[in-house]
Design a protein around this ligand. Sequence first.
Ligand code: NDP
Ligand code: MG
Length: 392
Amino acid sequence: MEKEKKNIAILGSTGSIGTQALDVIRANPDTFAVEVLTGHGNADLLIKQALEFNPNTVVIADESKYQYVKDALQPKDIKVFSGNKAIAEVVQMGSVDMVLAAIVGYAGLESTISAIKANKQIALANKETLVVAGALVTQLAKENGVNLYPVDSEHSAIFQCLAGEFHNPIEKIYLTASGGPFRGKDRAFLSSVKKEQALKHPNWDMGAKITIDSASLMNKGLEVIEAKWLFGLATEQIDVIVHPQSIVHSIVQFTDGSMKAQMGLPDMKLPIQYAMAYPDRIKSDFPRFDFMKYPQLTFEPADTKTFRNLALAFEAMNRGGNAACILNAANEIAVEAFLKDKVGFLEMSDIVETSLQKVSFIQNPSYEDYVATDKEVRVMAQEMIKHSAVKK
Ligand code: NDP
Ligand code: MG
């Protein structure tokens, strides 16, 4: 009997993860079908994708581009909507089996929560969802019997190591970090780096925000918090180890001391495909790892004195409540400003740290509290940026 195709809603289809997910679907047309595509500003790419994959529905988050997309897709029988509210609504359609949450940042929170409430399977790339509201999101997932399949490569690695081991307690996990383009550099060097240098990641080709986060180690900080919620871990159970080759994607240590690692070339298509096809592995033609090209896999500690963001993320995780929501919002504003040359590289951590000190702490936040915290931090962080010493 022919297997039914899995109907996927790709939120953020015009981004780095979104386009790679479409590569996976293009290569596996008998396994997956595209039900929904969403983009924000890149209307032309969204239209092109819709014409190729013929989804049921397309949403363009930027409302000013609605008519443009609507007109382009007029000849096809594709529904077009605009705005983030529409994204949160269309994920609930009965025809959607799985939602790939690949919008970047806090903007992805509402639609992910909405998809969980509608009992959709979630392939989760948007790590900020768990950073901002991990307690709430994982509780909702539990109540609705929804699985969150990690797309982030480190968390996919842990998840793959846990296959067949879900009943065995984890002693510890090691999240690997490439160290980014500034590994080994000191604060004097970092004080004058520009976005062009920070955007050159040695191993991964990703969206701008996560690339800056990788250079500042905030990405690893966000991933530590993401891991806490995905795998139900305490702070002491999560360690970060720098592994510049990005071949070992992360490691689980069990209570007998045995360690399992997942390895492979750095290629996001693999974790994307694993999350979408779970529990199956689909044959792929992705390039294979060659030991002779990597005679040395090396490991070193993370430098949290130079890259303070990682320490700040651990601190926010330990405080709990809305602290990680504060960290995330401040970081989003700081990264945006750095990408516009409005603040220096090291100032990004200052903005995060000051926000953590100043914004009111809430121990048990509701959804509305997270929304209000995010808003408050953004205003405060923008104020700090106005007073930045960086010459405009
Ligand atoms: P990109 O910036 O490449 O893509 C982001 C996507 O989200 C685009 O489709 C963009 O639309 C859309 N988008 C941006 N802002 C909004 C908004 N306000 N409302 C609705 N949609 C919006 O990001 P990545 O693909 O790199 O990352 C996506 C997520 O996956 C992030 O959370 C990231 O941390 C995570 N991730 C990414 C990895 C990677 O390799 N790229 C690896 C691991 C995790 P448009 O482009 O049309 O404006
Ligand atoms: Mg990652």
